[in-house]
Design a protein around this ligand. Structure first.
Ligand code: G6P
Length: 369
């Protein structure tokens, strides 16, 4: 069994460590060698269609939904197409509003999640074109969607999703850049800059894995914790949601993600002495605002682990411990930022003696509605 796990004690830890390769494999063949553009030959979008899309609905469940939130941020930032991101089990029952040029994107690691498939079929029956982003080539989503982008994460065994998430985000980056380029929102220099940063992501992920010992020791603080909080703004908030979900899924510790600016509208009342808070601050333009929220939780006694880009020593003045992430473009920060959160959840679950790969009550793929 240990051979299957490549010498790792759990599939989850193995899959966390496979992320540099998974991201590299998902980029392979899709970025022009000279960084002049994205090649997504597998999708049949011609220029006219790519230019005509006036609205995107991203539909998914769980971690895939969290990847969709990052997708919204980057598609809106670079391609300026309005994006709604919806939970499949909500979307399918609410008669969504779409235009003749709406594109639906379903994201599903397994390609078999019942609610996601139902939402996809519903949109197809209305004549909406559906693109599936999935990790399983022969899955129902891959077979039935109008277009498919495969994430090349390889089989994901642990119930808690890790490498599927980072490759889904990678696929969404490619799509955002493709749309932005074809629609003229990004010029060649802009495309070049983004693709250069994108190509560096596998190496970045590799570097972040070195934070494992720091997270392992930090996780000891979580063993006795009952309530924990993850805060961030913008794209960091999307990552906070995923970090909180990881912790809940496998450590069974209550975790809540909050848009940092929203804290004072309720959750701040829950911050008392010693409550663990993760403050994610990877976005330079939001940095000061997030730090002011971290100061607020510190003043109530929270124990704060901060995450920011390397070189930004300023955060040490405010928090108890800092995780430094390698520098990249702000929009690309989530891939590096989520890895320490995956490691934190993993080590907290191990320290609590939980069945990391098969958490109670959860399934890898939810094929019932
Ligand atoms: C289950 C899994 C999650 C996953 C979600 C959506 O809840 O435990 O890890 O994110 O289903 O799965 P999908 O295969 O559609 O991405």
């Amino acid at each position: 069994v240990s051979a299957e796990r490549g010498g790792y004690p759990h599939f989850m830890l193995k899959e966390i460590h496979e992320q540099p390769k998974a991201v590299r494999d998902t980029l392979r063949g899709r970025v022009a060698e000279d960084l002049s553009g994205v090649t997504l030959d597998e999708i049949g979008f011609d220029e006219a269609f790519t230019k005509s899309v006036d609205r995107i609905h991203i539909i998914a469940c769980g971690t895939s939904w969290h990847a969709g939130l990052v997708g919204k941020a980057v598609i809106e930032q670079y391609a300026r197409i309005p994006v709604d991101v919806e939970i499949a089990s909500e979307y399918r029952y609410r008669n969504p509003i779409y235009t003749p040029n709406t594109l639906a994107i379903v994201i599903s690691q397994s390609g078999e999640t019942a609610d996601t498939l139902a939402a996809m079929r519903e949109m197809q029956s209305k004549g909406v074109r559906v693109l599936a982003i999935t990790n399983v080539v022969g899955s129902s989503a891959a077979r039935e969607a109008d277009d498919v982008i495969v994430t090349w994460a390889g089989p994901e065994i642990a119930v808690a999703s890790t490498k599927a998430y980072t490759t889904q985000i990678t696929a969404l980056y490619l799509l955002a850049i493709h749309f932005a380029h074809v629609r003229g929102n990004l010029n060649d220099a802009g495309v070049h800059e983004l693709l250069e940063a994108l190509a560096a992501l596998p190496q970045l992920a590799e570097q972040v894995l070195d934070t494992a010992p720091q997270l392992k020791s930090f996780a000891r603080r979580y063993v006795e914790a009952t309530d924990t909080f993850f805060i961030g703004r913008g794209i960091d908030y999307a990552v906070a949601l995923e970090g909180a979900l990881k912790l809940k899924e496998i450590s069974y510790i209550h975790a809540e993600a909050y848009a940092a600016g929203e804290l004072k509208h309720g959750t701040l009342a829950l911050i008392t002495d010693g409550v663990p808070v993760i403050g994610i601050a990877t976005q330079p333009d939001l940095y000061e605002k997030t730090v002011s929220n971290i100061v607020e939780v510190k003043a109530r006694g929270a124990f704060v682990l901060g995450m920011t880009w390397v070189g930004n020593d300023d955060l040490e003045k405010t928090v108890d411990e800092v995780i430094y992430l390698p520098k990249t473009l702000p929009a690309l920060a989530p891939i590096a930022a989520v890895i320490p959160l995956q490691l934190l959840a993993y080590y907290a679950a191990v320290a609590r003696g939980n069945d990391v790969d098969k958490p109670r009550n959860l399934a890898k793929s939810v094929t019932v509605e």
